[in-house]
Write a protein that binds this ligand. Structure first.
Ligand code: APR
Ligand code: PHB
Length: 390
Protein backbone atom coordinates (compact mmCIF):
# COMPACT_ATOMS: atom_id res chain seq x y z
CA UNK A 1 0.00 0.00 0.00
CA UNK A 2 1.09 3.57 -0.60
CA UNK A 3 -0.26 7.00 0.26
CA UNK A 4 1.29 10.41 0.67
CA UNK A 5 0.20 10.66 4.31
CA UNK A 6 -0.39 7.72 6.65
CA UNK A 7 -2.69 8.77 9.47
CA UNK A 8 -2.76 6.79 12.73
CA UNK A 9 -6.05 7.17 14.64
CA UNK A 10 -9.59 8.02 13.54
CA UNK A 11 -10.58 10.44 16.29
CA UNK A 12 -11.60 13.95 15.29
CA UNK A 13 -7.95 14.93 14.66
CA UNK A 14 -7.11 12.11 12.23
CA UNK A 15 -10.46 12.18 10.42
CA UNK A 16 -10.43 15.94 9.91
CA UNK A 17 -6.80 15.91 8.79
CA UNK A 18 -7.64 13.28 6.20
CA UNK A 19 -10.56 15.36 4.94
CA UNK A 20 -8.54 18.59 4.75
CA UNK A 21 -5.74 16.85 2.85
CA UNK A 22 -8.14 15.09 0.48
CA UNK A 23 -9.69 18.45 -0.46
CA UNK A 24 -6.20 19.71 -1.34
CA UNK A 25 -5.41 16.71 -3.50
CA UNK A 26 -3.15 14.93 -1.00
CA UNK A 27 -3.97 11.25 -0.56
CA UNK A 28 -4.18 9.54 2.81
CA UNK A 29 -4.92 6.24 4.50
CA UNK A 30 -6.36 6.32 8.04
CA UNK A 31 -5.59 3.38 10.36
CA UNK A 32 -7.80 2.94 13.43
CA UNK A 33 -7.35 0.23 16.04
CA UNK A 34 -10.98 0.22 17.26
CA UNK A 35 -14.17 -0.69 15.42
CA UNK A 36 -16.41 1.88 13.77
CA UNK A 37 -19.14 1.19 16.35
CA UNK A 38 -16.77 1.79 19.24
CA UNK A 39 -15.41 5.03 17.81
CA UNK A 40 -18.91 6.33 17.09
CA UNK A 41 -20.24 5.49 20.55
CA UNK A 42 -17.53 7.18 22.65
CA UNK A 43 -19.10 9.95 24.73
CA UNK A 44 -16.88 13.01 24.81
CA UNK A 45 -17.22 16.79 25.20
CA UNK A 46 -19.73 18.84 23.26
CA UNK A 47 -18.79 22.48 22.72
CA UNK A 48 -17.50 23.72 19.37
CA UNK A 49 -15.75 27.05 18.89
CA UNK A 50 -16.70 29.28 15.99
CA UNK A 51 -13.46 28.36 14.16
CA UNK A 52 -14.18 24.66 14.57
CA UNK A 53 -17.72 25.08 13.20
CA UNK A 54 -16.41 27.09 10.24
CA UNK A 55 -13.76 24.47 9.50
CA UNK A 56 -16.34 21.65 9.54
CA UNK A 57 -18.58 23.65 7.19
CA UNK A 58 -15.65 24.44 4.89
CA UNK A 59 -14.84 20.75 4.48
CA UNK A 60 -18.45 19.88 3.70
CA UNK A 61 -19.50 18.22 6.97
CA UNK A 62 -21.45 21.11 8.48
CA UNK A 63 -24.92 20.24 7.25
CA UNK A 64 -26.18 18.22 10.23
CA UNK A 65 -24.30 20.50 12.61
CA UNK A 66 -26.16 23.50 11.18
CA UNK A 67 -29.45 21.61 11.46
CA UNK A 68 -29.08 20.00 14.88
CA UNK A 69 -26.32 21.99 16.65
CA UNK A 70 -27.44 24.53 19.24
CA UNK A 71 -25.78 27.95 18.87
CA UNK A 72 -25.18 29.56 22.28
CA UNK A 73 -24.44 33.25 22.77
CA UNK A 74 -22.75 32.69 26.12
CA UNK A 75 -22.62 30.79 29.41
CA UNK A 76 -23.77 31.26 33.00
CA UNK A 77 -21.19 31.53 35.78
CA UNK A 78 -22.56 30.80 39.20
CA UNK A 79 -21.61 30.98 42.85
CA UNK A 80 -24.10 30.57 45.70
CA UNK A 81 -26.89 33.10 45.35
CA UNK A 82 -25.82 34.45 41.94
CA UNK A 83 -26.19 33.13 38.40
CA UNK A 84 -24.54 35.58 36.02
CA UNK A 85 -24.83 35.46 32.23
CA UNK A 86 -21.75 36.20 30.14
CA UNK A 87 -22.77 37.19 26.63
CA UNK A 88 -19.92 36.20 24.32
CA UNK A 89 -21.56 37.78 21.28
CA UNK A 90 -21.55 41.16 23.05
CA UNK A 91 -18.12 40.70 24.59
CA UNK A 92 -16.19 39.50 21.55
CA UNK A 93 -18.55 39.00 18.62
CA UNK A 94 -18.33 35.20 18.66
CA UNK A 95 -20.47 32.35 19.91
CA UNK A 96 -20.14 28.59 20.47
CA UNK A 97 -22.18 25.57 19.36
CA UNK A 98 -23.42 22.63 21.37
CA UNK A 99 -22.83 19.57 19.19
CA UNK A 100 -21.32 16.38 20.61
CA UNK A 101 -17.86 15.28 19.55
CA UNK A 102 -19.49 11.90 18.93
CA UNK A 103 -21.66 13.54 16.27
CA UNK A 104 -18.67 15.30 14.68
CA UNK A 105 -16.88 11.95 14.46
CA UNK A 106 -19.95 10.26 12.91
CA UNK A 107 -20.24 13.03 10.28
CA UNK A 108 -16.54 12.79 9.39
CA UNK A 109 -16.65 8.98 9.14
CA UNK A 110 -19.74 9.09 6.91
CA UNK A 111 -18.05 11.61 4.59
CA UNK A 112 -14.83 9.62 4.46
CA UNK A 113 -16.53 6.28 3.76
CA UNK A 114 -18.74 7.99 1.14
CA UNK A 115 -16.23 9.60 -1.14
CA UNK A 116 -12.98 9.74 0.79
CA UNK A 117 -9.71 7.85 0.99
CA UNK A 118 -9.36 4.50 2.79
CA UNK A 119 -10.27 4.32 6.47
CA UNK A 120 -9.36 0.95 8.00
CA UNK A 121 -10.93 -0.01 11.33
CA UNK A 122 -9.83 -2.81 13.61
CA UNK A 123 -6.13 -2.74 12.69
CA UNK A 124 -3.47 -3.81 15.20
CA UNK A 125 0.32 -3.79 15.77
CA UNK A 126 0.58 -0.33 14.21
CA UNK A 127 4.28 0.55 14.00
CA UNK A 128 5.70 3.63 12.26
CA UNK A 129 9.23 3.07 10.93
CA UNK A 130 12.07 5.18 9.48
CA UNK A 131 10.42 8.47 10.38
CA UNK A 132 13.83 10.18 10.41
CA UNK A 133 14.36 9.49 6.69
CA UNK A 134 12.47 10.74 3.63
CA UNK A 135 10.43 7.55 3.09
CA UNK A 136 8.76 6.32 6.28
CA UNK A 137 6.32 3.43 6.45
CA UNK A 138 3.72 2.07 8.84
CA UNK A 139 3.56 -1.66 9.49
CA UNK A 140 0.25 -2.97 10.78
CA UNK A 141 -2.01 -6.00 10.85
CA UNK A 142 -5.35 -5.48 9.14
CA UNK A 143 -8.75 -6.52 10.52
CA UNK A 144 -8.40 -9.94 8.77
CA UNK A 145 -5.11 -10.59 10.55
CA UNK A 146 -2.96 -9.98 7.46
CA UNK A 147 0.37 -8.14 7.92
CA UNK A 148 0.49 -4.96 5.79
CA UNK A 149 2.94 -2.18 5.02
CA UNK A 150 1.84 1.36 4.18
CA UNK A 151 4.61 3.29 2.44
CA UNK A 152 4.21 7.06 2.78
CA UNK A 153 5.93 10.44 2.65
CA UNK A 154 4.68 11.55 6.03
CA UNK A 155 3.13 9.91 9.11
CA UNK A 156 0.52 11.79 11.16
CA UNK A 157 0.25 10.63 14.78
CA UNK A 158 -3.34 11.43 15.70
CA UNK A 159 -3.69 8.38 17.91
CA UNK A 160 -4.67 10.07 21.16
CA UNK A 161 -3.10 10.00 24.59
CA UNK A 162 -2.43 6.23 24.64
CA UNK A 163 -1.21 5.91 21.06
CA UNK A 164 2.11 4.69 19.65
CA UNK A 165 3.23 7.95 18.04
CA UNK A 166 4.14 10.18 20.97
CA UNK A 167 6.60 7.68 22.55
CA UNK A 168 8.45 7.56 19.21
CA UNK A 169 8.74 11.34 19.12
CA UNK A 170 9.92 11.65 22.71
CA UNK A 171 12.41 8.82 22.23
CA UNK A 172 13.97 10.44 19.18
CA UNK A 173 14.13 14.11 20.11
CA UNK A 174 15.39 16.16 23.02
CA UNK A 175 11.76 16.66 23.93
CA UNK A 176 10.00 17.53 27.15
CA UNK A 177 6.79 16.63 28.92
CA UNK A 178 4.83 18.78 31.32
CA UNK A 179 2.05 17.33 33.42
CA UNK A 180 -0.39 18.41 36.10
CA UNK A 181 -2.80 16.02 37.77
CA UNK A 182 -5.67 17.72 39.56
CA UNK A 183 -6.88 16.47 42.95
CA UNK A 184 -10.43 15.99 41.71
CA UNK A 185 -12.40 14.31 38.93
CA UNK A 186 -15.73 14.80 37.14
CA UNK A 187 -18.61 12.41 37.44
CA UNK A 188 -20.58 12.91 34.21
CA UNK A 189 -24.06 11.75 33.23
CA UNK A 190 -26.18 11.81 30.10
CA UNK A 191 -29.90 11.98 30.87
CA UNK A 192 -33.05 11.86 28.77
CA UNK A 193 -34.48 15.11 30.04
CA UNK A 194 -34.78 18.59 28.54
CA UNK A 195 -31.94 20.88 29.72
CA UNK A 196 -32.99 22.98 32.72
CA UNK A 197 -31.30 26.12 31.37
CA UNK A 198 -31.02 27.68 27.91
CA UNK A 199 -27.20 27.81 28.06
CA UNK A 200 -24.45 26.05 30.05
CA UNK A 201 -24.17 26.74 33.79
CA UNK A 202 -20.70 26.53 35.42
CA UNK A 203 -21.28 26.55 39.19
CA UNK A 204 -18.85 27.03 42.07
CA UNK A 205 -20.21 25.54 45.28
CA UNK A 206 -18.71 24.82 48.73
CA UNK A 207 -19.43 21.11 48.15
CA UNK A 208 -17.73 21.16 44.74
CA UNK A 209 -18.11 22.27 41.14
CA UNK A 210 -21.13 21.36 39.00
CA UNK A 211 -21.80 21.89 35.29
CA UNK A 212 -25.09 21.82 33.48
CA UNK A 213 -24.61 21.11 29.79
CA UNK A 214 -26.68 19.48 27.07
CA UNK A 215 -26.58 17.55 23.83
CA UNK A 216 -29.96 18.41 22.33
CA UNK A 217 -33.34 19.91 23.33
CA UNK A 218 -34.19 16.57 24.98
CA UNK A 219 -30.81 15.33 26.30
CA UNK A 220 -28.93 16.84 29.25
CA UNK A 221 -25.26 16.36 30.04
CA UNK A 222 -24.30 17.13 33.63
CA UNK A 223 -21.17 16.87 35.75
CA UNK A 224 -20.28 17.05 39.45
CA UNK A 225 -16.82 17.36 40.96
CA UNK A 226 -15.87 14.24 42.91
CA UNK A 227 -12.75 12.84 44.51
CA UNK A 228 -10.69 10.88 41.91
CA UNK A 229 -10.85 7.82 44.22
CA UNK A 230 -14.66 7.73 44.15
CA UNK A 231 -16.29 4.62 42.68
CA UNK A 232 -19.13 5.03 40.22
CA UNK A 233 -21.05 2.21 41.98
CA UNK A 234 -21.31 4.42 45.07
CA UNK A 235 -23.16 7.09 43.11
CA UNK A 236 -26.78 6.09 42.63
CA UNK A 237 -28.78 8.21 40.20
CA UNK A 238 -30.60 9.78 43.18
CA UNK A 239 -27.34 10.72 44.84
CA UNK A 240 -26.09 12.35 41.61
CA UNK A 241 -29.32 14.32 41.10
CA UNK A 242 -29.22 15.46 44.75
CA UNK A 243 -25.64 16.71 44.38
CA UNK A 244 -26.51 18.47 41.13
CA UNK A 245 -29.65 20.07 42.60
CA UNK A 246 -27.74 21.36 45.63
CA UNK A 247 -24.76 22.70 43.73
CA UNK A 248 -26.71 24.28 40.87
CA UNK A 249 -29.47 25.76 43.07
CA UNK A 250 -30.57 29.38 42.72
CA UNK A 251 -33.83 30.97 43.90
CA UNK A 252 -36.78 30.47 41.59
CA UNK A 253 -35.14 27.70 39.55
CA UNK A 254 -35.22 23.94 39.78
CA UNK A 255 -33.36 21.14 38.09
CA UNK A 256 -35.37 18.78 35.89
CA UNK A 257 -34.41 15.15 36.37
CA UNK A 258 -34.88 12.15 34.10
CA UNK A 259 -33.56 8.67 33.22
CA UNK A 260 -29.75 8.49 33.29
CA UNK A 261 -28.45 6.73 30.16
CA UNK A 262 -24.71 6.92 30.78
CA UNK A 263 -22.47 7.69 33.75
CA UNK A 264 -18.73 7.66 34.27
CA UNK A 265 -15.91 9.28 36.23
CA UNK A 266 -13.32 11.23 34.27
CA UNK A 267 -9.87 12.02 35.65
CA UNK A 268 -8.59 15.55 35.06
CA UNK A 269 -5.12 16.41 33.94
CA UNK A 270 -3.08 18.82 31.88
CA UNK A 271 -0.34 17.35 29.72
CA UNK A 272 1.89 18.82 27.01
CA UNK A 273 4.56 17.01 25.02
CA UNK A 274 7.03 18.96 22.88
CA UNK A 275 8.13 19.01 20.14
CA UNK A 276 5.14 17.85 18.08
CA UNK A 277 7.39 16.49 15.36
CA UNK A 278 10.17 14.03 14.79
CA UNK A 279 11.47 14.01 11.20
CA UNK A 280 8.51 12.93 9.06
CA UNK A 281 6.24 12.06 12.00
CA UNK A 282 3.90 14.84 13.15
CA UNK A 283 1.69 14.75 16.26
CA UNK A 284 -1.71 16.44 16.55
CA UNK A 285 -4.56 16.43 19.07
CA UNK A 286 -4.59 14.34 22.24
CA UNK A 287 -1.43 12.51 21.09
CA UNK A 288 0.48 15.67 22.02
CA UNK A 289 -1.59 17.31 24.72
CA UNK A 290 -4.48 16.89 27.14
CA UNK A 291 -6.43 19.65 28.82
CA UNK A 292 -8.95 19.26 31.66
CA UNK A 293 -12.49 19.56 30.26
CA UNK A 294 -13.45 22.74 32.14
CA UNK A 295 -12.74 25.08 29.22
CA UNK A 296 -14.16 22.69 26.58
CA UNK A 297 -10.91 22.99 24.63
CA UNK A 298 -9.81 19.39 23.83
CA UNK A 299 -11.61 18.89 20.54
CA UNK A 300 -11.17 22.51 19.44
CA UNK A 301 -7.44 22.31 20.04
CA UNK A 302 -7.24 19.14 17.97
CA UNK A 303 -9.05 20.94 15.12
CA UNK A 304 -6.65 23.90 15.37
CA UNK A 305 -3.63 21.54 15.25
CA UNK A 306 -4.77 19.71 12.13
CA UNK A 307 -5.75 22.94 10.39
CA UNK A 308 -2.12 24.09 10.76
CA UNK A 309 -0.73 20.65 9.97
CA UNK A 310 -2.81 20.27 6.81
CA UNK A 311 -1.51 23.60 5.48
CA UNK A 312 2.06 22.58 6.28
CA UNK A 313 1.73 19.14 4.64
CA UNK A 314 0.06 20.49 1.51
CA UNK A 315 2.95 22.92 1.14
CA UNK A 316 5.50 20.16 1.69
CA UNK A 317 3.92 17.60 -0.59
CA UNK A 318 2.60 19.70 -3.44
CA UNK A 319 5.03 22.66 -3.45
CA UNK A 320 8.04 20.84 -1.99
CA UNK A 321 8.57 23.68 0.52
CA UNK A 322 9.58 22.81 4.09
CA UNK A 323 8.96 26.22 5.72
CA UNK A 324 5.54 25.39 7.21
CA UNK A 325 6.44 21.93 8.46
CA UNK A 326 9.49 23.48 10.11
CA UNK A 327 7.37 25.98 12.04
CA UNK A 328 4.42 23.61 12.72
CA UNK A 329 5.46 22.45 16.18
CA UNK A 330 6.27 25.90 17.58
CA UNK A 331 3.15 27.47 16.13
CA UNK A 332 0.89 24.68 17.36
CA UNK A 333 2.48 24.73 20.81
CA UNK A 334 1.85 28.47 21.22
CA UNK A 335 -1.87 27.77 20.98
CA UNK A 336 -1.58 24.61 23.06
CA UNK A 337 -0.07 26.59 25.94
CA UNK A 338 -2.71 29.33 25.64
CA UNK A 339 -5.46 26.71 25.91
CA UNK A 340 -3.54 24.86 28.63
CA UNK A 341 -3.43 28.06 30.65
CA UNK A 342 -7.10 28.86 30.04
CA UNK A 343 -8.25 25.34 30.96
CA UNK A 344 -6.06 25.35 34.09
CA UNK A 345 -7.40 28.79 35.06
CA UNK A 346 -11.06 27.82 34.62
CA UNK A 347 -10.41 24.58 36.50
CA UNK A 348 -8.62 26.35 39.36
CA UNK A 349 -11.29 29.03 39.68
CA UNK A 350 -14.27 26.67 39.77
CA UNK A 351 -13.30 23.52 41.72
CA UNK A 352 -13.30 23.34 45.49
CA UNK A 353 -9.85 22.48 46.76
CA UNK A 354 -7.43 23.84 49.33
CA UNK A 355 -8.56 25.79 52.38
CA UNK A 356 -10.90 28.70 53.11
CA UNK A 357 -8.29 31.16 51.85
CA UNK A 358 -8.38 29.42 48.44
CA UNK A 359 -12.17 29.54 48.45
CA UNK A 360 -12.17 33.31 49.01
CA UNK A 361 -9.64 33.78 46.20
CA UNK A 362 -11.85 31.74 43.86
CA UNK A 363 -14.96 33.73 44.79
CA UNK A 364 -13.10 37.00 44.35
CA UNK A 365 -11.99 35.91 40.86
CA UNK A 366 -15.53 34.84 39.95
CA UNK A 367 -16.99 38.16 41.15
CA UNK A 368 -14.34 39.97 39.10
CA UNK A 369 -15.28 38.10 35.91
CA UNK A 370 -18.96 38.80 36.58
CA UNK A 371 -18.47 42.53 37.26
CA UNK A 372 -15.62 43.68 35.01
CA UNK A 373 -16.13 43.82 31.27
CA UNK A 374 -12.37 43.47 30.71
CA UNK A 375 -12.21 40.32 32.85
CA UNK A 376 -15.33 38.89 31.21
CA UNK A 377 -13.96 39.62 27.74
CA UNK A 378 -10.75 37.75 28.52
CA UNK A 379 -12.81 34.67 29.41
CA UNK A 380 -15.08 35.12 26.37
CA UNK A 381 -12.22 35.45 23.88
CA UNK A 382 -10.52 32.32 25.17
CA UNK A 383 -13.71 30.28 25.50
CA UNK A 384 -14.93 31.05 21.99
CA UNK A 385 -11.47 30.40 20.55
CA UNK A 386 -8.55 32.58 19.58
CA UNK A 387 -7.39 32.94 15.98
CA UNK A 388 -5.24 30.06 14.70
CA UNK A 389 -2.29 32.46 14.49
CA UNK A 390 -2.95 33.74 18.02
N1 APR B 1 -3.30 2.52 16.12
C1 APR B 1 -4.40 3.02 15.52
N2 APR B 1 -5.28 3.81 16.16
C2 APR B 1 -5.04 4.12 17.45
C3 APR B 1 -3.90 3.62 18.12
C4 APR B 1 -3.01 2.79 17.41
N3 APR B 1 -1.91 2.30 17.98
N4 APR B 1 -3.92 4.09 19.39
C5 APR B 1 -5.03 4.84 19.51
N5 APR B 1 -5.71 4.86 18.34
C6 APR B 1 -6.96 5.57 18.03
C7 APR B 1 -7.99 5.57 19.14
O1 APR B 1 -8.77 4.40 19.15
C8 APR B 1 -8.81 6.80 18.79
O2 APR B 1 -9.90 6.49 17.94
O3 APR B 1 -6.67 6.94 17.83
C9 APR B 1 -7.84 7.71 18.05
C10 APR B 1 -7.51 8.97 18.82
O4 APR B 1 -8.67 9.74 18.94
P1 APR B 1 -8.98 10.69 20.20
O5 APR B 1 -8.54 10.03 21.45
O6 APR B 1 -10.39 11.11 20.08
O7 APR B 1 -7.99 11.93 20.00
P2 APR B 1 -8.04 13.17 18.98
O8 APR B 1 -8.50 12.76 17.62
O9 APR B 1 -6.74 13.85 19.16
O10 APR B 1 -9.24 14.04 19.56
C11 APR B 1 -9.10 15.13 20.40
O11 APR B 1 -10.53 16.16 22.06
O12 APR B 1 -12.42 16.33 23.40
C12 APR B 1 -11.10 15.92 23.34
O13 APR B 1 -10.00 14.09 24.39
C13 APR B 1 -11.04 14.46 23.54
O14 APR B 1 -10.68 12.75 21.95
C14 APR B 1 -10.82 14.03 22.11
C15 APR B 1 -9.82 15.03 21.71
C1 PHB C 1 -19.98 18.81 27.72
O1 PHB C 1 -21.09 19.15 27.32
O2 PHB C 1 -19.61 17.63 27.71
C2 PHB C 1 -19.05 19.85 28.23
C3 PHB C 1 -19.41 21.17 28.11
C4 PHB C 1 -18.57 22.16 28.60
C5 PHB C 1 -17.38 21.80 29.19
C6 PHB C 1 -17.01 20.48 29.29
C7 PHB C 1 -17.86 19.49 28.81
O3 PHB C 1 -16.59 22.79 29.67
Amino acid sequence: MRSQVGIIGAGPAGLLLSRLLQLHGVDTVVLESRSRDYVEARVRAGILEQHTVQTLRDVGVGERLDREGLPHDGIYLQHPGTRHHLNFEELCGRKVWVYGQTEVVKDLITAQLDDGPPLLFGVSHVTPEDVDGGAPRIRFTDADGVAQVLECDVVAGTDGFHGVSRPLVTAGTSGRLWERTYPFAWLGILADVAPSADELVYAWHPEGFALLSMRSPSVSRLYVQVDPAEKIEDWSDDRIWDALSTRLAVDGWSLRTGPVTEKSILPMRSFVSAPMRRGRLFLAGDAAHIVPPTGAKGLNLAVADVTLLAQALVRLLTEKQTDLVDTYSDKALARVWRCTHFSWWMTSMLHRHGDDFDAELQLSQLRRVCSSEAAARELAENYTGLAVDL
